[in-house]
Write a protein that binds this ligand. Structure first.
Ligand SMILES: *[C@@H]1O[C@H](CO)[C@@H](O)[C@H](O)[C@H]1NC(C)=O
Ligand SMILES: *[C@@H]1O[C@H](CO)[C@@H](O)[C@H](O)[C@H]1NC(C)=O
Ligand SMILES: *[C@@H]1O[C@H](CO)[C@@H](O)[C@H](O)[C@H]1NC(C)=O
Ligand SMILES: *[C@@H]1O[C@H](CO)[C@@H](O)[C@H](O)[C@H]1NC(C)=O
Ligand SMILES: *[C@@H]1O[C@H](CO)[C@@H](O)[C@H](O)[C@H]1NC(C)=O
Length: 330
């Protein structure tokens, strides 16, 4: 009795129903043709998002009363954008290439790394080319190794590249069997990548349906072989993900329309969304908020179900969904 009374009381006093429904729609693009591929949370709390259906980066403040995306830049020299990352509060990098979501096979030689620099006290940035990664096939996940070096996963080659953004030079630093695509999914093996404590690279492999990790040196090369942490639930696969400071991963399940928490011991638990619901329609990536107000909130981007329509036929606009992770203990 005590518990149900408490639940009724909480229901009455908690405006957003924290424990009852952990998700809140921050923004949904109009129409049904916007694939949001990746995001980076700025220290100020606003989000930079990159699109795959148009080569655009938008800025949106998820804590605003009525969040609205502001177009930062349209990268017309390419047709899509993938990973986005940052080296400092005013400098961001995004990957552009020529491909479409229907056929994720970038034109050889079309992959560029763009720098987006926000001069102080202005939201209007300057754009430049930081690198032309001529031999990359499909650069996807993206992170900062150190202030001059970025790492990117190549989903089709099954490798990780290191890109020096001061010289534009790039080289393959890790090739591992757990990064490779498969005969049934030859284009998208290794997908999202994140670093824990700068020495452990976590990765998702969409084709091999797994999340794994590999220890790395400070130059990005592997210390040993990669190991598997967990498998995706049948019918879903792992895309990009966020890590908490303990090494738990919060993974976008793509066709699963959900976010799962993968614990360090490999147990997998759905924390938000459900297959064939539009609440989180084909999630692509996730990152935690960075302000005191929202550090427990996981911001999740979606395609609206473009590749995996809800119930096989419903597609909505690309979404940014806020997931309250305080209920996902363990
Ligand atoms: C990439 O696409 C853009 C926009 O259509 C085009 O201008 C550019 O020439 C293409 N680049 C390559 C290498 O195909
Ligand atoms: C990377 O660092 C490791 C450890 O210091 C070293 O053994 C290796 O030769 C370095 N590799 C490259 C390509 O610089
Ligand atoms: C979701 O919908 C698709 C298409 O109708 C169907 O094939 C699939 O089995 C459904 N999944 C679940 C978990 O109901
Ligand atoms: C997308 O929107 C268009 C225009 O409203 C509509 O004709 C089409 O059926 C929609 N497609 C899906 C898959 O929902
Ligand atoms: C993993 O850890 C969680 C949380 O501590 C626990 O609930 C779960 O039973 C563990 N699973 C395995 C397979 O050990």
């Amino acid at each position: 009795m005590y518990h149900s009374k408490l639940a009724a009381l909480l229901y009455a006093i908690i405006p957003f129903g924290l424990a009852l429904d952990p998700t809140r729609l921050v923004y949904q693009f109009p129409g049904n043709d916007t694939w949001i591929e990746n995001l980076f949370v700025r220290p100020s709390g606003s989000l930079l998002i990159s699109l795959k259906t148009t080569p655009d980066v938008y800025l949106i403040d998820p804590l605003a009363q009525n969040p609205k995306p502001l177009l930062i830049h349209d990268f017309t020299a390419n047709t899509w954008l993938s990973g986005i990352t940052s080296t400092d509060a005013s400098t961001y990098y995004v990957i552009g290439a020529n491909a479409t979501w229907e056929d994720p096979s970038p034109t050889p030689g079309s992959t560029f790394i763009y720098r987006i620099h926000f001069p102080s006290s202005s939201s209007s940035p300057s754009i430049s080319i930081a690198a032309h990664v001529k031999d990359a096939v499909f650069l996807n996940g993206f992170l900062m190794l150190n202030p001059t070096t970025l790492l990117s996963s190549d989903s089709t080659l099954g490798v990780v590249w290191a890109i020096d953004i001061t010289t534009g030079a790039s080289r393959i630093v890790i090739k591992d069997p757990l990064f490779a695509p498969t005969p049934s999914n030859p284009k998208i093996g290794i997908n999202g990548i994140r670093l824990l404590n700068s020495h452990t690279l976590y990765f998702a492999n969409s084709a091999q349906l797994l999340l794994g990790k590999v220890p790395i040196h400070s130059n990005g090369t592997a210390v040993g072989g990669a190991v598997k942490i967990a498998s995706a639930t049948p019918g879903t696969y792992f895309d990009d993900f966020a890590l908490d400071r303990f090494g738990n991963a919060f993974v976008a399940t793509a066709s699963g329309d959900s976010v799962v928490k993968v614990m360090r011991n490999g147990s997998v638990q759905v924390i938000a969304g459900m297959e064939n619901t539009t609440e989180i329609a084909q999630p692509t990536s996730a990152q935690f908020g960075r302000t005191e107000e929202d550090s427990h909130v996981l911001y999740v981007t979606t395609t609206g179900g473009l590749k995996y329509p809800i119930d096989g036929h419903i597609v909505v606009g690309g979404q940014i969904v806020a997931v309250d992770t305080r209920g996902a203990a363990g």
